[in-house]
Design a binder for this molecule. Structure first.
Ligand code: UD1
Length: 316
């Protein structure tokens, strides 16, 4: 049994990591500001120590890291358009807080910190798939902030010998991804729209592509990254290696639900990346990672969850 701190553990990805760690018998502490996370995401997970606090305050980080072996740093304000609209708030959450947790974890003798990086760091690359040796080209404050924090991680490994690993996520989706804001991930927005019989919005012509990754794959990749000896100091894509356009995504989701809902097209978002697809060979080599849940199976699970969720909300 080891002890873990999951920052952002009441959020979408963080709550899945927390759930799996508890299932494996580990001791888990969660720290979350509840700005985007929700206590109810952890209601079904027993025995978790919860600290409510903002990691941009160093004392919160110092308290949170006491006695832990591993830190899974998932806390962030995760949205490209939100960062375009409010770069200061997202910088505080994505950069200041990350530096604080690195300093606190290093000083507390934590064995390793695994950081939730983002595929947005690549920007538009001339070729696909995107591999970790490609130059980065952030197109939004969010992308830049995610890149700065991952570079801090690598620097902490080089400068101080503090082990860090960055797992670069590619458009993660699944149950508990909040559909309640215009900044929400596109799959959660499409799911709720289709189930409610509303037309979802597609920004741009819908021909942009993404490597949508079901959350169970990410949980597996991150937990492997905690322990794989050769991963220290590395940046590693965690994704499926595939890609689908938004137009085709909507068709697939319509087929799963048995509907034929047409989108409304709106102007493309500023800061949006055109195509995103991961090369996952480094994850395979260093982590023994492989995709365990493909896109379609993940969509079915997610849509079933959204359906149950809306039934429970309307029954309350
Ligand atoms: C980006 C990152 C991703 C990161 C996420 C955090 C890239 C390639 N990916 O995701 O790694 O985790 O930020 O927020 O940069 N869209 C619609 N209709 C909607 C909502 C979105 O058409 O209602 C479009 C967007 O314009 C975009 C695509 O769907 O082209 C995906 O959007 P979203 O789910 O917000 O994620 P990214 O910005 O791609």
């Amino acid at each position: 049994m080891a002890s873990y701190l999951v920052t952002g553990g009441a959020g979408f990805i963080g709550s899945h990591l927390t759930e799996e760690l508890v299932r494996r018998g580990h001791q888990v502490r969660v720290v979350d500001s509840l700005i985007t996370g929700k206590r109810r995401n952890l209601d079904h997970v027993l025995g978790v120590e919860f600290i409510e606090g903002d990691l941009a305050d160093l004392p919160v980080c110092e308290r949170a890291v006491q006695g832990v072996d591993y830190v899974l740093h998932q806390a962030a304000i995760p949205s490209v358009p939100r960062s375009v609209n409010d770069p200061l708030a997202s910088n505080r959450a994505n950069v200041d807080a990350s530096l604080n947790i690195l300093v606190a974890a290093r000083d507390a003798g934590v064995k390793r910190l695994v950081y939730a990086g983002s595929s947005s760091a690549y920007g538009n690359t001339p070729t696909l798939p995107k591999h970790e040796e490609m130059p980065t080209n952030p197109l939004s404050p969010y992308a830049l902030q995610k890149l700065v924090a991952e570079q801090y991680c690598q620097m902490f490994t080089r400068l101080y010998g503090f082990e860090t690993v960055t797992t670069r996520y590619f458009n993660v989706f699944g149950p508990r991804q909040d559909p309640g804001s215009p900044y929400s991930g596109v799959i959660s927005l499409f799911s709720t729209a289709i189930l409610e019989g509303r037309r979802p919005t597609i920004y741009g012509d819908g021909e942009q592509t993404r490597d949508f990754t079901f959350v169970a794959n990410v949980v597996d990749g991150v937990l492997r990254a905690c322990e794989a000896p050769a991963a220290a100091g590395e940046v590693i894509n965690v994704a499926t290696g595939g890609r689908i356009s938004l137009n085709d995504l909507l068709k697939t989701m319509n087929t799963i639900v048995g509907t034929n809902i047409e989108p409304i097209y709106a102007e493309a978002r500023v800061g949006d990346v055109k195509d995103s697809q991961a090369d996952i060979s480094r994850a395979k080599t260093l982590l023994g990672y492989t995709t365990i849940v493909p896109l379609e199976a993940g969509l079915e699970t997610t849509i079933a969850w959204c359906r149950a969720e809306s039934a429970s909300v309307s029954g309350r």
